[in-house]
Each structure stands twice: as structure tokens, then as C-alpha cells.
Design a protein around this ligand. Structure first.
Ligand SMILES: *Cc1c(COP(=O)(O)O)cnc(C)c1O
Length: 376
């Protein structure tokens, strides 16, 4: 499928005069964050596909050098392998249907899996056989460091992980440990703590680890948040792993979603009505903007008017309502915009590459189905 390409977001508005919302993909920004991870992270970098599975995003990351993909469903595996046949997918969901395991193995040649229970390990052995594939045991981590906790649902305790790792090795698979400290993790220490615990588990299990997968969770720099640069996270991870006495061929692995793609997309919405300090726009929390609501995030915003028409230099906060009839469809924080904003104007909303289109519904018949590429 071809997507139209424009030199800038303003040009999109000039040319299309759109009364519908548009997702803008910025491949150069995706390339920049891919480079940050590929150069900075001391190991293998996987992209967590669930965060934004749009083909333009996947293609941009591939062109930027991302070769490994963290997939959690058969559909994600199929999407990546058919778009990028040379990509390497890892089936990193601790609970899989047997048909999905079988198809991922037989059709797509998946060779890396995640488990957090012995029943799942049995399932893999029954449906995959001994290749010998890599089996990562997902270790529970402490909560409280991240905006979104991911250890409530998945992850084995330390004692269970010890047993599972031995079991993995006994059955002839290649053992590895994975964990996820939670999404939008604010503190590098969450990683060093989890790595330290992984080390204890590894020593007790007495197995030869092939990978230590530190998961995703790397934070985006949203407005109003104080967060260390990614390089500090990378250094903390490198230093913590260096203390572990890992086998020489053990590689670190990470699987970022948010931090890789958050800057990579912006969203154009049009103001359809102004009522005093409230603006009714054509996308909202049931569409591409649900993360803003869940995370109480304030994205950067910018007013766009066609034809270079002037706008007020005085700014004011506006309450932003989405298009559906549901009164919950309102953003948690106001947008600060020129105070003469009026219907027919457009707003570019920044930092919506992560968990945006991936989560959008078709509720009430409102959704963003126009996607364009920005670049020369
Ligand atoms: C969601 C998820 C990721 C990506 O997390 P981010 O916080 O977006 O970086 C990585 N690994 C697993 C197992 C996940 O569930």
C-alpha cells in the first residue's frame, strides 16, 4: 500500500484541506530514535510491535537498522514477517494458543519464546519440538517505578524462575531470562534492581544464560516530566550487567516500544466547533488519543491555519472534546493555543507515535483512517 508523502505537516493541511483527522508518520524522527538505541544500548534491540504496528512505522524502523521484533500474537508475527521477510521475530508473550505456537513455528520459523509457567513450557514442547529454540523465562519485577505496571499479570517468582530455567535446559532448549519493569519507567534503578535479581536467579539455577532481556519500559520525554536521558538508562543497565558474571556469549537484549516510536508520529485534528473555552475536535480518547487520557499526558500542540493567515499572539487554555457522543471523550489536560482559535482551524498534536493508532476504536463511526508520510 502506498501512502502520500508531504514535505511538512503544514503542506498536508494546505493540500488536503482536511475535515478528517490525519496521522502523520515522520520516518526521520523514527530513524533518530532507532539510532539512539542501536548505538547506545549494549546489546540486541527489538522493537515491541504492539506499540505501533503501522507498516510505515515498521518499514521506517527497518530502514533505520532495526532487525529484531518483539511480537505477542500470531497476527503480529504474520504482519512483520510478510512485510519484512528477513526480520527476526520473537514470540514474547507468556500465554499463547497452541495453534498460534504451531503456526509461528511451522509457517514463520520462530525460534525464541517466552514462558512464565511449566504448563506453557509443556505447550511449547508439544507443538514445537526440540530445535533447540531459545526459551526466555519471564521474571516478575518490583512495581512502583513505572506509569504502567506490567508485572501484575505476567512473570514467575524468583523461585519459580529458578525451576523453570533448569527445566528449560533439561528439555534441551537454550535458557534466557526476560523481565519488564513497566511502561514509562521513570528510574534507571528499576533496571539495575531487576538485573541484580536476574543474576541471583541465574546463579541459583546454575544454567548458562544465552540472553538477558531487560524488556521495554524506557521513558518518553513528555512535557512536565523530569526524566534522565536514555544514555543514563543504558549505562545503568551496562554497569549492572557487568557485575553479574554472565557467560561470555550471553547477550543483553531490550524490547522498547514507547521510547522508539513516541516522537515518530503527530496527529492533525480539525476544530469543528468552539464554545467559549471548549473546542470540539475530530479525534479523541476512543481514537488515536487514548494514551493522553490514561497517562494524563500533555503533548506539545500547535495551531495551523491555511494560507498563512495570521493568528493571535496571546495564548489561552482550551478544554478539548473528542468527536463521539460520550461525555468521557474529553482530554484530561487543556491545550494552550492562540486565543482566537476557531472552527476550521487545525491542531497538530505531537508525541503520539506510541499506543495511539494501535489502540484506536471505531466507536460512533469516528476514526483516523488517513495516514501520510512526512519527509523529502
Ligand atoms: C509492552 C511491552 C513492551 C514495550 O513496552 P514499552 O513500555 O512500550 O517500551 C516490551 N516487552 C513486552 C513483553 C511488553 O509487553
Amino acid at each position: 500500500m502506498k501512502y502520500r508523502r508531504f514535505s511538512s505537516v503544514d503542506q498536508v493541511v494546505e493540500v488536503l484541506n482536511p475535515s478528517y483527522p490525519i496521522l502523520c508518520v515522520h520516518p526521520d524522527r523514527l530513524a533518530r530514535s532507532a539510532e539512539t538505541f542501536l548505538k547506545g544500548f549494549p546489546g540486541r534491540v527489538l522493537y515491541a510491535v504492539k506499540c505501533n504496528p503501522h507498516p510505515l512505522v515498521l518499514n521506517s524502523l527497518w530502514r533505520a537498522g532495526i532487525r529484531h521484533f518483539d511480537t505477542a500474537s500470531l497476527n503480529e508475527v504474520a504482519l512483520v514477517q510478510e512485510l519484512l521477510p528477513e526480520a527476526e521475530c520473537y514470540f514474547n508473550h507468556p500465554v499463547k494458543g497452541t495453534a498460534a505456537i504451531e503456526a509461528a513455528d511451522h509457517i514463520y520459523g520462530i525460534e525464541a519464546w517466552v514462558v512464565d509457567s511449566v504448563d506453557e513450557l509443556d505447550k511449547i514442547e508439544e507443538n514445537v519440538g526440540k530445535h533447540p529454540d531459545v526459551i526466555q523465562v519471564r521474571l516478575q519485577t518490583a512495581s512502583g517505578y513505572a506509569a504502567f505496571d506490567l508485572s501484575l499479570k505476567f512473570g514467575a517468582t524468583k523461585a519459580e524462575t529458578v525451576e523453570l530455567l533448569r527445566d528449560v535446559e533439561r528439555r534441551g532448549y537454550v535458557p534466557a531470562i526476560s523481565f519488564h519493569v513497566g511502561s514509562q519507567c521513570r528510574t534507571p534503578e528499576a533496571y539495575s534492581r531487576a538485573i541484580h535479581e536476574a543474576g541471583e536467579v541465574m546463579r541459583e539455577a546454575g544454567v548458562k544464560l544465552r540472553f538477558l532481556n531487560v524488556g521495554g519500559g524506557f521513558p518518553a520525554h513528555y512535557r512536565g516530566t523530569q526524566i534522565a536521558p536514555l544514555d543514563i538508562f543504558f549505562k545503568t543497565i551496562r554497569d549492572a550487567a557487568a557485575k553479574l558474571d554472565l557467560p561470555p556469549d550471553c547477550e543483553l537484549m531490550c524490547e522498547p516500544g514507547r521510547a522508539l516510536v513516541v516522537e515518530g508520529c503527530t496527529q492533525i485534528v480539525q476544530v469543528h466547533l468552539r464554545k467559549g473555552g471548549s473546542l470540539y475536535v475530530n479525534d479523541g480518547i476512543y481514537g488515536n488519543l487514548s494514551e493522553l487520557n490514561i497517562g494524563k499526558l500533555t503533548p506539545p500542540v500547535r495551531l495551523i491555519r491555511r494560507g498563512g493567515k495570521p493568528m493571535s499572539r496571546d495564548f489561552a487554555p482550551f478544554r478539548i472534546f473528542g468527536p463521539t457522543c460520550d461525555s468521557l471523550d474529553v482530554l484530561p489536560e487543556p491545550f494552550v493555543l492562540p486565543d482566537d482559535v476557531t472552527d476550521g482551524d487545525w491542531i497538530e498534536i505531537g508525541q503520539v507515535g506510541a499506543y495511539s493508532n494501535a489502540l484506536a476504536s471505531h466507536f460512533n463511526g469516528f476514526y483516523t483512517d488517513t495516514v501520510v508520510e512526512i519527509g523529502d
